[in-house]
Design a protein around this ligand. Structure first.
Ligand SMILES: C[S@@+](CC[C@H](N)C(=O)[O-])C[C@H]1O[C@@H](n2cnc3c(N)ncnc32)[C@H](O)[C@@H]1O
Length: 207
């Protein structure tokens, strides 16, 4: 059965995110994607970086079904593992040993603003447990800087998020950085991305 979902924003941002990943990713090991959604990113990145294993995950069953369908549609079954059922708040995360032992980094795209704040905290906490010094956690999405929206469209987007769920919302970059630090990550670089988004690269440092 074809359970593929199509997320318009994902189709629009996949090339620019791929550009950032190509600067960061090493040609071996695995990457864990949190909140993979439809799976459209996962299959594009797996094809773009064939030397690595792209491990998708999502707590939503319909999304995991879509990811599996995308893997099959793109004939990546032999290369790409099936999506993990992973909710960042259910700790400790259950990651197959093969992935955990070869992990080079973790990626979460457009995820932390559609989940409550404790999800951001748990994301850094568990990523901090899984990753070693020098490895990365990449966040992509809209952020506020010094508690200010970076555009009128982000202000309106934040309002629409909060109407869906009052605990959702565009996060303040300084508060995310604070949480990152608590779990051993330093912000290494920020890329300005199209339509007022950012890619933030955090690196695990030793305490
Ligand atoms: C806006 S979608 C983005 C999907 C995909 N990353 C993309 O950019 O197309 C947000 C995703 O985060 C997932 N998500 C929400 N809460 C989560 C949680 N607590 N742990 C992990 N993923 C979560 C949702 O199921 C959804 O797939």
């Amino acid at each position: 059965m074809d359970n593929r979902l199509f997320f318009p924003a994902t189709q629009r941002n996949k090339n620019s995110i791929e550009g950032v990943l190509s600067k960061i990713i090493k040609k071996n090991g695995s990457i864990l994607e949190i909140g993979s959604g439809s799976g459209e990113h996962g299959v594009v990145f797996q094809k773009r970086f064939p030397e690595i294993i792209w491990q998708t995950s999502d707590p939503n069953l319909l999304h995991r079904k879509s990811i599996s369908s995308w893997i099959e549609y793109e004939q990546l079954n032999m290369k790409m593992p099936q999506p993990l059922e992973l909710d960042v708040e259910n700790i400790p995360w259950q990651i197959p040993l093969k992935i955990a032992n070869s992990l080079q980094g973790i990626v979460a795209i457009n995820m932390i603003h559609v989940a409550r704040w404790t999800c951001t905290i748990m994301l850094f906490r568990e990523a901090g447990n899984l990753l070693k010094e020098g490895q990365f956690l990449i966040l992509y999405g809209p952020f506020k800087i010094a508690n200010k929206y970076t555009s009128q469209s982000n202000y309106l987007f934040d309002k629409s998020l909060k109407m869906q769920n009052e605990l959702w919302g565009i996060r303040n970059i300084e508060e995310v950085d604070e949480e990152a630090k608590r779990y051993g990550f330093l912000q290494e670089k920020i890329f300005n991305m199209p339509v007022n988004n950012f890619s933030i690269i955090y690196k695990k440092v030793s305490f």
